[in-house]
Ligand binder design. Structure first.
Ligand SMILES: C[S@@+](CC[C@H](N)C(=O)[O-])C[C@H]1O[C@@H](n2cnc3c(N)ncnc32)[C@H](O)[C@@H]1O
Length: 437
């Protein structure tokens, strides 16, 4: 840990600024920034503070605005973010106030030199003195209350009514770490024992045959046998895809939006199938190859557009097709707090149209009697139930498969899993069988 705690705070401020001012994804900017931090505790603190500031951005932004005499502009805008990170820490209360102020002042020195350290010190001390009054005067708007942009709050309210506040709040809870055990290599209970021996506590939730859920977050490097392919990190809800596909050995399977390959690998761990992993993004597709190599699995990797099968399809139909579609990712906001600030309202209808185009382009590639599974990590009905309903209306030879044979699932095609349900991310699944010709 750095002696003055400055570096993780400076990194958190830079990461938050990259997301909010430059529209960069946190997962893209953070790794490079974290490289400069030698200590793993500093890295996890920087990650926690950046995520926390993004979750609570509207209130923090308002507080900084209320505390500074004039807006911090140009290169000094970095300090606006640093102050927001420090205010988040002061509200969170995990460290004594004086330690937080001291670290923030040192971070200001790191970022902008000695000149504005007095301002940072003064603002944070003023917050300490006026805390009650300032927090009481925070505007009581949905944006500040929930920490989401207004357009997204409106969409969730319109889709879910009275349940919306709980759903939005669940998106602000830090997620648990889920693992998927590679049962080709080790039984789930045996891997759980390995974890226990390494001092990592996990439970094996019912209804998730390959999953373990950790009681506390752990570094990947601490997971026994990770490099040897015993285990992968994958949310519980993402593990339903393999169930919905209802796989048999020997089938031809298309994973149409495959990268980075979590579901590809799960399918291959489950059954001996001939799998084509397609993705439009060649660079992301290479991550599928790396993951499969670690797990001792193999697939045909194809870089191509799922909406244009004529460019890559060999003309042999598939028994199973998984469309894990590009989506708003509004179901995984608790894991990626930047998503709410990076997405725009107008993206949603564009994504829904693309999902429909991909589904229509791939449907003829399915063998009669075969199953197509459509998945999103979205909460929004326009990408989920409405997408499935419109698909069934367009394709007379498609029958939605209901969920009755899936334990605890309602008897209708399509299932929305809400964030936090069974400790999972928000996900949606819809399965359809192609009727014989
Ligand atoms: C939700 S992610 C898939 C996650 C992956 N199935 C997994 O479990 O790890 C969606 C993927 O769709 C890809 N994609 C977007 N548009 C596509 C298209 N038109 N054709 C094929 N892939 C596409 C993106 O590059 C991205 O990798």
């Amino acid at each position: 840990m750095t002696r003055d705690g400055s570096e993780p705070r400076a990194v958190a401020a830079q990461a938050a600024q990259a997301v909010l001012d430059r529209g960069r994804a946190l997962d893209t900017v953070l790794p490079a920034l974290l490289e400069g931090l030698g200590d793993s505790r500093d890295r996890s603190l920087a990650r926690r503070l950046a995520s926390g500031a993004l979750r609570d951005w509207p209130a923090l932004d308002w507080l900084v605005g209320a505390l500074v005499d004039k807006p911090l502009k140009g290169r000094n805008r970095q300090l606006h973010f640093l102050l927001a990170v420090a205010l988040h820490e002061l509200r969170d209360g995990r460290e004594p106030d004086h330690a937080i102020v001291h670290a923030a002042v040192a971070a200001a020195r790191c970022l902008r030199g000695q000149r504005l350290t007095g301002l940072v010190n003064g603002v944070l001390r003023a917050f300490g003195r006026r805390r009650g009054e300032l927090l009481a005067s925070l505007p009581d708007t949905p944006v500040l209350r929930f920490g989401y942009p207004g357009w997204l709050i409106k969409r969730v309210e319109s889709d879910y009514g009275d349940a919306a506040p709980g759903i939005l709040a669940a998106g602000n809870e830090p997620p648990p770490l889920w693992l998927r055990v590679n049962r080709r290599r080790i039984a789930r209970d045996d891997y759980r024992e390995l974890l226990e021996r390494a001092g990592i506590e996990a439970d094996a939730p019912a209804g998730f045959p390959d999953a373990l859920r950790l009681a506390e977050r752990a570094a990947i490097s601490a997971l026994p046998g990770f490099e040897d392919g015993l285990v992968s990190v994958q949310d519980g809800a993402a593990q339903f895809a393999a169930d919905y596909l209802d796989l048999r050995d020997g089938q031809r399977v298309l994973d149409a939006c495959a990268a980075p390959g979590g579901k590809t690998a799960h399918i291959l761990e489950r059954r001996d199938v001939g799998l084509t992993a397609l993705d439009i993004d060649g660079e992301r597709l290479s991550r599928v190859g790396n993951g499969l190599e670690r797990l001792g699995l193999d697939a045909r990797l194809v870089a191509g557009d799922a909406a244009r099968p004529d460019d890559w399809w060999d003309g042999k139909r598939f028994d199973r097709i998984l469309v894990d579609a590009p989506c708003s990712a509004t179901g995984v906001i608790r894991r990626h707090p930047d998503i709410r600030w990076l997405r725009r309202d107008e993206d949603i209808d564009r994504l829904a149209a693309l999902q429909g185009t991909i589904l229509d382009a791939l449907w003829p590639l399915l063998e009669p009697g075969g199953i197509l599974v459509y998945a999103t990590c979205s909460l929004l009905r326009v990408e989920n139930d409405e997408q499935a309903r419109a698909f069934l209306e367009r394709h007379a030879d498609a029958r939605g498969i209901d969920n009755t044979d899936m334990p605890g699932r309602p008897a209708r095609p399509g299932r929305q899993i809400l964030p936090g349900e069974h400790g999972c991310d928000g996900f949606y699944y819809f399965a359809a069988r192609r009727l014989p010709e």
